[in-house]
Write a protein that binds this ligand. Structure first.
Ligand SMILES: [Fe+2]
Length: 214
């Protein structure tokens, strides 16, 4: 009798989680000015630890976070303008075109942004960015102290809530941040920041991209 032979086989990845990472040459030229700006905002803040627009009111544990209403990417500081025009907006457009497969020119969006500054002992609890019509969440790393893994690292958690991890299958993904790097990912992708035990400040500009109501 003829054996039954395998005819075809595929392993498809259904609904993968797209994370765009970009690094830029000569980003240090703006990072120093951005550090100075965030330090000034921290010094002049009336209240520390401003909550982000995230699922938890206390996502940032310790540290400093600018208020959402101030939308830091709209600051008139020349380095912040360059960050927006040369790094953040082109990256958003790239994600819209290549991941969401829409024409950025015909997709009305609004960007909200804030800065987060963490020192030794500060961390960010697991959270998502759950506001309706949010298309993309992003982080630009202004400065990251040299620390052993996983201090200050960003960890993403498998977004498939009912999944079971077996064998060598990862349930989370650890990302080592670098100054001058930008990350764009879906707002439903849960993430957190491991605390640092020492070192200097870890500063980022974070943002959400929402579909604008016409
Ligand atoms: Fe976040």
């Amino acid at each position: 009798m003829k054996p039954i032979e395998l005819e075809t086989e595929t392993i498809e990845l259904h609904f993968p989680t797209p994370v765009l990472t970009r690094t830029f040459l000569a980003a240090d030229s703006i990072n120093e000015a951005l550090i100075a700006l965030i330090n000034t905002l921290e010094k002049t803040a009336t209240r520390k630890n401003q909550p982000a627009r995230t699922i938890s009111e206390n996502t940032t544990q310790g540290g400093f976070q600018t208020q959402l209403g101030t939308n830091i990417l709209e600051d008139s500081n020349p380095a912040m303008r360059r960050l927006k025009q040369e790094i953040v907006m082109p990256s958003i457009e790239h994600y819209l075109a290549n991941v969401l497969e829409v024409d950025p020119l015909f997709t009305p969006i609004e960007v909200t942004s804030w800065a987060v500054s963490l020192s030794a002992g500060d961390w960010q609890a697991p959270h998502i960015h759950p506001n309706e019509y949010t298309l993309i969440s992003g982080i630009y790393y202004v400065c990251v102290p040299e620390r052993p893994e996983p201090e200050g690292y960003l960890e993403f958690i498998n977004p498939v809530m009912s999944s079971v991890s077996l064998g060598q299958q990862n349930a989370s993904r650890l990302h080592r941040p670098k100054a001058g790097e930008i990350l764009l990912f879906p707002p439903y992708y849960m993430h957190y920041v491991h605390p640092m035990r020492g070192g200097g400040k870890r500063q980022v500009v974070a943002f959400d991209v929402r579909l604008k109501a016409s």
